[in-house]
Ligand binder design. Structure first.
Ligand code: NAD
Ligand code: UDP
Ligand code: UDP
Length: 351
């Protein structure tokens, strides 16, 4: 028996609650895998606020119950602790598939043994997890949205990156498990679309920041913001001249919903074209949090993409979507969340 009891009972509840088409208006039922994570929890907030029923599937690897705790007690919200690598039975209309161990620090800095186990986990989650969610979508006729990544472009030779660019990925590099895992997930999604008629949507997400980001996952925005609050130097890797384009999380969530609701498979770049070097980002963090913060240079990791900026022409035209919040507007919106969490951490240590 490969199907967990929790998921099976949800399946049964789902069937009982399901009203056949034509017998009255039924609320949209939506699964969000990885819904206890950073992006997922903001998506869940939006879906519940507009009246949908939401089931979160999460194994809490990088996500936290705290991110969705404000929905406990809401009868339209359900949380299942489940690893998407295992099959699951549910009855839903839409699947937002976000589950992915998305913490670069793990594959960049951990000792060899850990690198191997993280690589296996990345690839298993992206391949077997995505396969299971596509199998589920196929069986129940649900629409399926994959959150892919700008990392599929690797260290891009085209700038800014359009969806038509096939990318420049090193298949044997330190970050390849993530890049190749997501590339395979895209392949699977397209094959289920072409071969089984699954209604698929693919988003390629560019660097996103906001409240509820993991505090210590090693991403540059969370690192700089936490460092500035803790009065530690901001760690700039390499010469700091590499660029990224940073998107505020609410813009991304609006883009994901527009993509799911629209008629186009994609892939679509979802990102903010405002491009910054890491040194410029450090300056914005200093302006926002602490002008006296210092910068410490550290060696960069191998295969670090030199620049990254989305061409969002396709999303603008076909989804009528574009980001609204600039880095200078968005950064202050995550500071109080980080301050509170760092304060709680410090108090916890004192106990
Ligand atoms: P996150 O780590 O906060 O969220 C991922 C969630 O998936 C976590 O809650 C985690 O516990 C869960 N998860 C991981 N493995 C799982 C498994 N096997 N089964 C069930 N749940 C599992 O990361 P995020 O930033 O919110 O990312 C969400 C999605 O968006 C990911 O697919 C990520 O690759 C993609 N993405 C994010 C960014 C970004 O800048 N945040 C950029 C590109 C792509
Ligand atoms: N799957 C699932 N829930 C479902 C239907 C399928 O988890 O409701 C899983 C199933 O266990 C399989 C994967 O999705 O591992 C792919 O399913 P599909 O039916 O496409 O392929 P098959 O099972 O025929 O290999
Ligand atoms: N980076 C940095 N200092 C940090 C963390 C990251 O300078 O403390 C750099 C990193 O080398 C990369 C960029 O910031 O060039 C973005 O890194 P992140 O891991 O946030 O995102 P990704 O590389 O996946 O785009």
């Amino acid at each position: 028996d490969r199907i967990s009891t929790a998921s099976f009972s949800t399946f049964t509840q789902g069937k009982v609650g399901r009203v056949p088409a034509g017998l009255g208006k039924r609320r949209l039922r939506i699964v969000v895998t990885g819904g206890a994570g950073f992006v997922g929890s903001h998506l869940v907030d939006k879906l519940l606020a507009r009246g949908n029923d939401v089931i979160v599937i999460d194994n809490f690897f990088t996500g936290r119950k705290e991110n969705v705790v404000h929905h406990f007690g809401n009868p339209r919200f359900e949380l299942i602790r489940h690893d998407v690598v295992e099959p699951i039975l549910l009855e839903v209309d839409q699947i937002y598939h976000l589950a992915c161990p998305a913490s670069p620090v793990h594959y960049k800095y951990n000792p060899v043994k850990t690198i191997i186990s993280f690589s296996i986990m990345f690839i298993k989650t992206n391949v077997m997890g995505t396969l299971n969610m596509l199998g589920l979508a196929k069986r129940i006729g649900a629409r399926f949205l994959l959150t892919s990544t700008s990392e599929v472009y690797g260290d891009p030779l085209e700038h800014p990156q359009k969806e038509t660019y096939w990318g420049n990925v090193n298949p044997i590099g330190e970050r390849s498990c993530y890049d190749e895992g997501k590339r395979t997930a895209e392949t699977l999604a397209m094959d289920y679309h072409r071969g089984a008629g699954v209604e698929v949507r693919i988003a390629r997400i560019f660097n996103t920041y906001g409240p509820r980001m993991c505090l210590d996952d090693g991403r540059v925005v969370s690192n700089f913001v936490a460092q500035a609050i803790r009065k530690q130097p901001l760690t700039v890797y390499g010469d700091g001249k590499q660029t990224r384009s940073f998107q505020y999380v609410s813009d991304l969530v609006n883009g994901l919903v527009a993509l799911m609701e629209g008629e186009h498979v994609g892939p679509f770049n979802l990102g903010n074209p405002g491009e910054f070097t890491m040194l410029e980002l450090a300056e914005v963090v200093k302006e926002t949090i602490d002008s006296s913060a210092t910068i410490e240079f550290k060696p960069n990791t191998a295969d670090d993409p030199h620049k990254r900026k989305p061409d969002i022409g396709k999303a603008k035209e076909l989804l009528n979507w574009e980001p609204k919040i600039s880095l200078r507007e968005g950064l202050p919106l995550m500071v109080s969340d980080f301050q509170n969490r760092i304060l709680n951490e410090d108090e916890g240590k004192g106990n």
